[in-house]
Design a protein around this ligand. Structure first.
Ligand SMILES: NC(=O)c1ccc[n+]([C@@H]2O[C@H](COP(=O)([O-])OP(=O)(O)OC[C@H]3O[C@@H](n4cnc5c(N)ncnc54)[C@H](OP(=O)(O)O)[C@@H]3O)[C@@H](O)[C@H]2O)c1
Length: 208
C-alpha cells in the first residue's frame, strides 16, 4: 500500500487532497501545527475506512520535520509521495512588512518545503522512487500587488521545483508543482494584513 505525506493537511486544499488520496487507497500522513483540526481530519479519513496518521509539526522547524519523516517511516515503512502544501499569506505594502514578517513567510512557504525535501530525499534515493509535489501559487508565476513577501516565497518555490525536477529526473524521482488560483478555503481569512493604520488594514482585509 502506498503512503502520501501532506503538510498543511488539517484544512483547506491539504484536507481535500488527503481525502482524495485516501479514496485512492493510500495511507495518509497528515502534518500541521494545531493538533485538534489535524485529529479531526484523521478521524474523518478513518471513519471512511482509510488509514491516517496525524503528526503535529511546524514545518519551519527542521527537527520537527525530521521527526515527522522518521515517525511516518516507522509506522508505514515507506513514503511514496510528498505533498508540500503548508503555507501562509501576508498582504501589505513592503514598507509596512517587518523583517519578522519576511522571516515568517519565508520560513513557512520556502524553508518548510526545503526541510521536508531534505528529510525525505535519502529515503526516496534509496528506494529509487518517489514523487514530490510542491503547492505554489499563481503568485509564484506573476507579481501580485502588495504581496511582495508572499510572491517572493512562491517564486522561490517555482525555482526550487523546476531545478529539482531537472536534477532528480534520472533518479526515479518525479518533482512537480501546482499553481492554484484563488481557492475556496480560509487562507485569506487567516492571512496577515499590514498597513500604516487600522483603517488601511481593515480596508485591505475587506478588499481581499
Ligand atoms: N487559498 C488560496 O486562494 C490559494 C491560492 C494559491 C495558492 N495557495 C496555496 O495553497 C496552499 C494551501 O492553502 P489553503 O488555501 O488550503 O490554506 P489554509 O486553509 O489556510 O490551510 C493552510 C494549512 O497549512 C498549515 N500550516 C500553516 N503554517 C504551517 C506551519 N508552519 N507548519 C505546518 N503547517 C502549517 C495550516 O495548519 P496550522 O495553522 O494548524 O499549522 C493549514 O493546515 C498554500 O501553500 C497556499 O499558499 C492558496
Amino acid at each position: 500500500m502506498k503512503t502520501v505525506l501532506i503538510t498543511g493537511a488539517s484544512q483547506g486544499s491539504g484536507r481535500a487532497t488527503a481525502q482524495l488520496f485516501s479514496r485512492k487507497g493510500y495511507n495518509i500522513v497528515l502534518a500541521a501545527r494545531q493538533p485538534d483540526p489535524l485529529k479531526a481530519v484523521t478521524a474523518e479519513i478513518q471513519g471512511c475506512g482509510g488509514s491516517a496518521l496525524a503528526i503535529p509539526t511546524d514545518v519551519s522547524d527542521f527537527q520537527q520535520v525530521q521527526s515527522l519523516i522518521d515517525q511516518a517511516l516507522a509506522v508505514y515503512g515507506r513514503i511514496d509521495v510528498l505533498i508540500n502544501n503548508a503555507g501562509i499569506c501576508l498582504t501589505g505594502p513592503v514598507e509596512s512588512t517587518t523583517l519578522e514578517d519576511w522571516q515568517q513567510i519565508m520560513n513557512t512557504n520556502l524553508w518548510g518545503y526545503i526541510h521536508t525535501i531534505h528529510a525525505v530525499l535519502p529515503h526516496f534515493l534509496e528506494q529509487k522512487s518517489g514523487v514530490i509535489i510542491n503547492v505554489g501559487s499563481f503568485g509564484g508565476k506573476m507579481p501580485l500587488p502588495e504581496m511582495t513577501a508572499y510572491c517572493t516565497s512562491k517564486y522561490a518555490v517555482t525555482g526550487l521545483t523546476e531545478t529539482l525536477k531537472l536534477e532528480l529526473a534520472g533518479k526515479g524521482i518525479h518533482v512537480g508543482i501546482v499553481h492554484p488560483g484563488v481557492i475556496n478555503s480560509n487562507f485569506l481569512e487567516r492571512a496577515q494584513f499590514r498597513g500604516q493604520n487600522q483603517s488601511e488594514i481593515q480596508q485591505r482585509r475587506q478588499q481581499m
